[in-house]
Design a protein around this ligand. Structure first.
Ligand code: FES
Length: 168
């Protein structure tokens, strides 16, 4: 999951679904130029597919009316964009100092032994993917885990276990 220069093909063309298509059209009116829509347009893809494929980048470039290289620059620079298929539930565990000191490794170890994933992997059933990330900005309530974009603070193995049981 660390090489951000390689794009992956989804093996099929991409297009926004109805909901994202309408959202794109709503947002584009609020931006000073179509090119300034690159980041929100990428978010819409990630929201729809969970990750951003080569085909989706070409789609956004076309839709915005810019070069694919401009979209490529943005998508490979910002690490919040996922460039590979993810599990249905993407788990980010902070590995920076406060979280490291306050037990992030127990969480990672639990995910390895009980869910069968290490950072960079997707579980066999496609339900979970795991990534270790840098500081999530909530150091005072470490350790911090982010699941599908939601923050969970003062996390421990028991809380994680309960949380995972609620996810589909
Ligand atoms: S060190 Fe983990 S949130 Fe800052």
């Amino acid at each position: 999951m660390s090489d951000r220069s390689q794009l992956i093909s989804a093996g099929k063309p991409f297009q926004y679904d109805k909901k994202r298509d309408a959202e794109f059209e709503r947002l584009v009116k609020r931006y000073p130029s179509r090119e300034s829509m690159i980041l929100p347009a990428l978010w819409l893809i990630q929201e729809q597919e969970g990750w951003i494929s080569q085909e989706a980048i070409a789609y956004v470039a076309d839709r915005i009316g810019t070069f694919a290289s401009k979209v490529y620059e943005a998508v490979t620079f910002y690490t919040m964009y996922q460039l590979h298929p993810m599990g249905r539930n993407h788990i980010c565990v902070c590995r920076t100092l406060s979280c490291w000191l306050r037990g992030k490794q127990e969480i990672v170890d639990y995910l390895k032994t009980e869910v069968g994933i290490i950072p960079g992997q997707i579980s066999e059933d496609g339900k979970f993917s795991l990534e270790e990330v840098e500081c999530l900005g909530h150091c005072g309530t470490a350790p911090v885990v982010q699941v599908n974009g939601e923050f969970y603070e003062n996390m421990d193995v028991d809380k994680l276990k309960s949380l995972l049981a609620t996810l589909k």
